[in-house]
Write a protein that binds this ligand. Structure first.
Ligand code: UD1
Ligand code: CA
Length: 451
């Protein structure tokens, strides 16, 4: 059976109090929309149609960056969920199979739940996804009779008795494409909100003698994001799951609750993550590495056995080979650091390569930016960079070279050469004592004048 997805993403999300469309707000560093698309992708859809409205261009761009084949249709006026799904009609005109409706603001539905919805379609014409709500609040209520769903009543239209029902509508549903669009054309807007409710197709279907049921899932999966508080809660749900998955797969998290993961963080077994580490998007850490406390990693690859931090920052394009050591207050950006090399203290390494076993002394900086252009620093293998060396890029240091402490390196250094680039030291015998005597006398005069 082929499946297409219709993902509703046109709403403004008034309660977010944001200039940005709701579905672009981020959970674990990816837009909510991307999480919903990832959830739906488990069904291997033949076609994915995203209905966008508020912030159309931005939502379209975000959609296409997740799936270049998705079709984005515009719902210029948001007249309700049925009106929204109806906008996918054209894009699915030549599709025959099942349509699964997903909400971009309900990002965490599990593959297992989606599979159960599809399985229930064997026996029912229309399948709705419901959940037992701890606090049913403003959700639509599912009126059941045995396993038959009689109708869905929106909170605003519900009687007191109906409001007591705790089995709620997630909004997700599955139905044969031609039948769905047929039912949609019968939906009106005579209700408390004057909207075209998607939920009305339940009663319309039953009036035609079609069978309708609701499949139940855990409330955590149908968590709808409507406010910043919901967004924070959704992030917490994501983090809790991602941390549990890492622990399960053999990663040590010393203080799991303090480690913030991104949607795509990959960490190998026997790696140890100390407390208070933040992962931005695009990080892979191989097995047996150690990420020490208070480090921040983004767009980087850390190989087996490497140690990072405490207090290190790895920025995009950082590639650490096996057993590399990056120490405290070191920032690395767009740099390849080869096996066993060390940058242990207070350094900035950007647009650079560092060869195997090289040692970069404390306070070393690659001066990669002249205010207009970026330049590269290439350091060979077995190089020793003295503390406080300024490497003024573009500059290349050959294998086995050394730089003296405090050097300002502006020219290439050939292999095995020692580069010294600082003014010569001069010692003036007795001058310290004379200078101190002079300053002491000056201070005494000032104190006397004041009193
Ligand atoms: C909807 C359901 C309600 C359910 C709840 C679950 C209806 C009538 N009600 O209510 O039963 O309990 O979701 O979260 O379906 N959207 C559009 N275009 C529109 C209107 C909405 O794309 O014209 C999108 C929104 O961006 C959002 C989703 O559809 O992603 C749900 O819309 P929303 O207005 O939040 O519906 P609820 O009132 O929460
Ligand atoms: Ca909602």
């Amino acid at each position: 059976m082929s499946i297409s997805l219709v993902l509703l993403a046109a709403g403004k999300g008034t309660r977010m109090r944001s200039d940005m469309p709701k579905v672009l707000h981020r959970i674990a560093q990816a837009p909510m929309l991307a999480h919903a698309m990832t959830a739906g992708a488990h069904l291997r859809p033949e076609r994915t149609v995203v209905v966008a409205g508020h912030g159309f261009e931005a939502v379209k761009a975000a959609t296409l960056s997740v799936d270049g084949d998705a079709v984005v249709v515009e719902q210029a006026e948001q007249l309700g969920t049925a009106h929204a799904v109806n906008h996918a009609r054209g894009a699915l005109a030549d599709f025959s199979g099942d349509v699964v409706v997903l909400y971009a603001d309900t990002p965490f539905v599990s593959p297992e739940t989606l599979n159960r919805m599809i399985a229930a379609r064997q026996n029912f014409d229309l399948v709705i996804l419901g959940f037992e709500a701890a606090d049913p609040g403003r959700y639509g209520r599912l009126v059941m009779e045995g396993d038959a769903l009689l109708r869905i009543v929106e909170f605003k239209d519900a009687s007191d008795a109906e409001r007591k029902i705790s089995f709620c509508n997630s909004g997700l549903m599955a139905c044969a494409s031609d039948r769905l669009f047929d039912l949609l054309s019968k939906v009106g807007n005579d209700n408390a909100q004057g909207e075209y409710y998607l939920t009305d197709i339940v009663e319309i279907a039953r009036d035609r003698g079609l069978s309708v049921t609701a499949v139940a899932c855990d409330e955590a999966e149908t968590l709808g994001v409507n406010s910043r508080a919901d967004l924070a809660q959704a992030d917490a749900v994501f983090q809790a799951r991602a941390r549990a998955d890492l622990l399960d797969s053999g990663v040590t998290l010393m203080a799991p609750d303090t480690v913030h993961l991104a949607f795509d963080t990959v960490i190998g077994r026997d790696t140890v993550i100390e407390p208070n580490v933040v992962f931005g998007p695009g990080v892979t850490v191989e097995t047996g590495a150690t990420i020490r406390a208070f480090s921040h990693l983004e767009g980087c690859h850390v190989s087996r056995g490497a140690t990072v931090g405490p207090y290190a920052r790895l920025r995009p394009g950082t590639e650490l080979a096996e057993d590399v050591r990056i120490g405290n207050f070191v920032e690395v950006k767009n740099a390849q650091i080869d096996q066993g090399a060390k940058v242990n203290h207070l350094s900035y390494i950007g647009d650079a390569s560092i060869g195997a076993r090289s040692n970069v002394g404390a306070g070393t900086i690659t001066c990669n930016y002249d205010g207009f252009l970026k330049h590269r620093t290439d350091i060979g293998a077995d190089v020793f960079i003295g503390s406080d060396t300024m490497l003024v890029a573009p500059v290349t240091l050959g294998d086995g070279a050394m730089t003296a402490t405090g050097a300002v390196i502006t020219r290439d250094v050939e292999p095995d050469a020692l580069a010294i680039a600082r003014s010569k030291q001069e010692n003036k015998p007795g001058s310290a004592r004379k200078l101190k005597d002079m300053l002491r006398a000056k201070k005494a005069r000032q104190t006397k004048d004041k009193s």
